[in-house]
Design a protein around this ligand. Structure first.
Ligand SMILES: Cc1cc2nc3c(=O)[nH]c(=O)nc-3n(C[C@H](O)[C@H](O)[C@H](O)COP(=O)(O)OP(=O)(O)OC[C@H]3O[C@@H](n4cnc5c(N)ncnc54)[C@H](O)[C@@H]3O)c2cc1C
Ligand code: FES
Length: 243
């Protein structure tokens, strides 16, 4: 979905999100990552159909008007130039890292992209920058049912890749919580810097209602305004399930 916002919104940073008023009559706005900014004033969103709000958005006609709040939250920290980077994305988590991948590609950074989905039809790797022949940008895919790439998850790809990732690399991850927890734990074991983007059910989206808190080493923090991107070291993870 492409949204023309003109000068009404500040320019988003990778990892930030917008809060959309999907349908008159729905009490809550719906949060979506900014998946790209092809030109100033135009936002790209990738929306998976889940329930009432996303169905209402998918039914909009070209030219329809939607109330947008944003850009909201704290996005990813851009690495110093020349830092090797790894992006791990599961399912629609590709939306949360796509803008970051585009920025890193434009900066000419070395980027390893590891993308998973439940099956071949749900893979979104083709929305990320293309792999290059010189290996500067590489892409590996995994599917839960083995219909494309590795039979497994994006976290399994990350576990395989760990031995090749240089110590100075930064890892960025977006996907289901079990996956971000597992990737974060593996990255920390290897002493790699890792940032994860979290999803929580949101109401206000601006830090006021405290309905979206997660436990961190610094107490409870709101995903909407302190996040959605957190340094993996600061998140309290009770146990790390297999992602
Ligand atoms: C920071 C952030 C970024 C997101 N980015 C994207 C994105 O780029 N693309 C995308 O497809 N989805 C994204 N999501 C998930 C998306 O917000 C939900 O799928 C969507 O709100 C579901 O709304 P619904 O009315 O269709 O579903 P319903 O299930 O009917 O929603 C009921 C309520 O639950 C909330 N909800 C349901 N699922 C989620 C979820 N996974 N995360 C948070 N709240 C949820 C809804 O906002 C709503 O308040 C993001 C969530 C967050 C928190
Ligand atoms: S949604 Fe209200 S504080 Fe996060």
């Amino acid at each position: 979905m492409a949204c023309s916002v003109g000068d009404d919104l500040d320019s988003p940073e990778p990892g930030q999100f917008v809060h959309l008023d999907a349908l008159a009559g729905l009490a809550l706005r719906r949060p979506f990552s900014v998946a790209g900014v092809p030109v100033a004033g135009l936002l790209e969103l990738l929306i998976e159909l889940v329930g009432e709000g996303t169905r209402a958005l998918s039914a909009l006609h070209v030219g329809a008007t939607v109330s947008i709040l944003g850009p909201l939250g704290h996005g990813f920290t851009m690495p110093p130039p020349g830092t090797p980077t790894v992006i791990v994305a599961g399912g629609v988590g590709v939306a949360g890292v796509r803008f970051l991948a585009q920025r890193l590609e434009r900066r000419g950074e070395r980027l390893t992209m590891l993308v998973g989905a439940r099956d071949r039809d749900h893979l979104l790797h083709n929305l990320l920058p293309e792999a290059t022949e010189d290996g500067r940008l590489s892409l590996s895919i995994a599917t839960d049912d083995g219909t494309a790439g590795l039979a497994g998850t994006a976290c399994d790809l990350f576990a395989q890749e760990l031995v090749r990732i240089p110590n100075e690399a930064v890892v960025y991850c977006c996907g289901p919580r079990a996956m971000t927890d597992a990737v974060g734990a593996l990255a920390l074991e290897r002493n790699l810097r890792c940032e994860v983007s979290l999803e929580e059910v949101m109401a206000c989206g601006t830090g006021a209602c405290r309905g979206c808190v997660v436990e961190t080493t610094d107490g409870y923090r709101t995903v909407c305004s302190d996040g959605p991107v957190f340094d993996a070291r600061t998140l309290v993870i009770e146990s790390v399930p297999h992602a």
